[in-house]
Write a protein that binds this ligand. Structure first.
Ligand SMILES: [Zn+2]
Length: 77
């Protein structure tokens, strides 16, 4: 009995959903947007709840659709 191939697994784990366009992309191609004390900050290194965006243009769109609030479970002005 053949062992199922798990080649896709490692790739799958590196995918993250962009909160702007809702598409799954490679993590390295996404901005990491963190909810900081001063609001949304694009920062790869900050701790805390992060949201992924594929581009700066989507940051505004994400704000419109309330994606930040969903991702961080907070109110965002
Ligand atoms: Zn996107």
């Amino acid at each position: 009995m053949a062992t199922p191939k798990v080649v896709m697994t490692s790739t799958e784990l590196r995918l993250r959903t962009c909160i702007g366009c809702r598409k799954r992309r490679e993590r390295v191609k996404l901005f990491r947007c963190v909810c900081g004390e001063k609001g949304a900050v694009i920062d790869r290194n900050s701790a805390g709840r992060g949201a992924r965006l594929c581009g700066v243009d989507f940051a505004r769109q994400a704000l419109w659709i309330g994606a930040y609030a969903k991702a961080w479970r907070v109110e965002v002005d």
